[in-house]
Every structure is written in C-alpha cells, then in structure tokens.
Design a protein around this ligand. Sequence first.
Ligand code: IPM
Ligand code: MG
Length: 365
Amino acid sequence: MEKTYNIALLPGDGIGKEISIQAKRIINFLSKKNQLHVNLSDELVGGASIDEFGTPLSEETLNRIKKSDAIILGAVGGPKWEKLDFKIRPERGLLRIRKELDLFANFRPALVFDPLIDSSSLKPEIIKGLDILIIRELTGGIYFGEPRGIEKIDGKNFKGFNTLSYTSKEIERIAEVAFKTAMIRSKKLCSVDKANVLESTELWRNVIIDVSKRYPDVELTHMYVDNAAMQLVRNPKQFDVIVTTNMFGDILSDCASMLTGSLGMLPSASIGVMANGEKKAMYEPVHGSAPDIAGMGIANPLAMILSVGMMFKYSFENELLSNKIIKAVKSVLEKGFRTRDILTSGNKEISTSEMGDKILEELEK
Ligand code: IPM
Ligand code: MG
C-alpha cells in the first residue's frame, strides 16, 4: 500500500493563519502533482485554542498531532491573551508540543537570496552568499528548568526566578546532531556558550569537546554568546554550523534572520526521536504572529513556505521537492515580486496570497 503522509497544520494566531493558507496550497499542489497521499488536518493551538477550549493546547489535539508524521505550525500569541496567567498563555501551547514530542533539535538556517541583498541592513559584501545553520537545543535549558516562578519575599518585594540547567545527556544528543550536520556541510562547527560565567554552559563546552573526539574531521571552535552576537553582524560568513543552548539560540536566530533581509524569510525544523526510534518533527517559521499586521494580507508567507520545504526534506526524505520549493522562492524574488517587509525600490509589492500564486506558478513549470 502506498504511504500516506499525515500532516497536522496548526495555523495558530495572527499572521499564522494567513501564511498557513499559503502553506496548504503549496502542499496540496505538490501532493497532487507528485501523486503523494497527503492527509492534511487543521488543529488549534495558542490563542485560537484558548478561545475555543480554554487552553493553549488541548489533550485531544496533542494526542492527535502526536500520531501525525509531521506538524506545521504558523505562529502563536497576541495582545488579546497577554494578560492571561503565564501557565495558559498561547506560547505555552507551542512549548508543550516541543517538550511532549521531545523535539530537541531545532534547525534554523539563514540563507541569503541574492535578489534580497538590498533588503538587509548590512553591506552587500558582508552577506552575499551567506548560508549558515543555527542548531538550537529546544527542550532544555532555562526555558524548562525547575524551580521557576514569581514569589513574594516580604510585604511588597517579589522574586522572579528561572533555572538554567543542562544534563550531559541533553548536551550530548544535540552535539551528536550538530557534528553529524557539520559533516555533511563544510565540516565547521562553532559552539556558543557562556562558559566564563555559567557552570551549566561550562559543562556544555566540556561535553561538546568530548563528542568532538568522535568527529576528528570537524573543525570545532567555541565562542561566548556576547562575542557570537557581535561576530554575526560583523562577519557572519565566518560561520557555517552553530550549535547552542535554547535561549542563546532563540536570540541568535532572530539576529541571523535579519542578516537575510527579513524575519519573514526564515524557516525552521524541530526534530526529535521517540523512545521507539520513530522520528517526530515540527516545522515553523522563525517569526512570530505579528499582530500589528495580522489580517491585512501583507504578511510574508515565504518563511512558512520554506518550512514546508524543510518538511519534505527532513520528514519525507524528498530533497527533490524541497529544492524545488527553494528554487521557486528564488525565481519569484529574482522577478522582483516582494511582500512589504522585503520591498525595495524598483520591485513590485504583492500580497500574501499573490506571493502564494507566484510560488505555485513557478512550481507548475
Ligand atoms: C521562537 C519563539 C518562541 C521561543 C516563543 C514564541 C515561545 O520566539 O520560536 O523563537 O522563544 O522559542
Ligand atoms: Mg524566538
């Protein structure tokens, strides 16, 4: 029997909804054209789920998406839910999926498309040809460490606290992913930590060095996170693969995304392996729900569409379709079509859905 690909689509909130419509069009088109059996189901997460079920991720949704072959997520959050208790805010839905499915390895590539060179705030020669990959540890570190909370100390004083901890096991498995990835790229790996100040990342550094012994062909460097942030804007092309902790990866990937011209261009893949060896993965744009432009039809769907491309590569081992999507994005940009976030003079502004049309036209060829 032919394989069916079960994909759970979680548009979430804000522009997540609009860009998900475009993702759906691309998936439906490609599956039809290539005779793939795709079963696409819509699910609620974040604020959308709070409005419907009173929780950012219902047990039923979680159970269903656990059974899917891949998850695509738009974005979560917005001002409407900001005042809610921390534990039921939209972001908790996303974090819970990452944790429950143990999606510990987050791939965030930053690729500069030549036609977008002028959209970046950096000089063209600094970013031309840039192609780096940030591998962010996604289920540990300060995002999940216990104890955490806000406590009253006395009458009017409070204490807010979080815990940054990593076990050697957690570091070892992300290190393995990073070294393996470096081996199939340019064999250069930079590990980013704050080992001069934080013990948890001193351990990080030690474990990375241990694992490196199994990969003698990979040239390993270490960098403190403050320096890495500076180097990313000074000379980003010195990097190829970067591996780092959950929070540092969150910050550095936003920084890396702007090198490419817009946060609206960056896809991501979060991958984990279940106890039974089964691979789980979620694909999402790096950007957020952008409530300020939600519903206006001007959001850039390309990070989302490129995330679909990553899904074909990592979940369905179909690099051909993945490359086709990247190529289509390239061609559309070369022709001068732009959403507002990447618009520069001499180019043509188009809407979110028109960008979807253009990509489909390219894929049709
Ligand atoms: C990201 C986002 C999330 C994170 C938020 C929405 C919880 O910023 O995916 O980078 O901090 O991980
Ligand atoms: Mg972030």
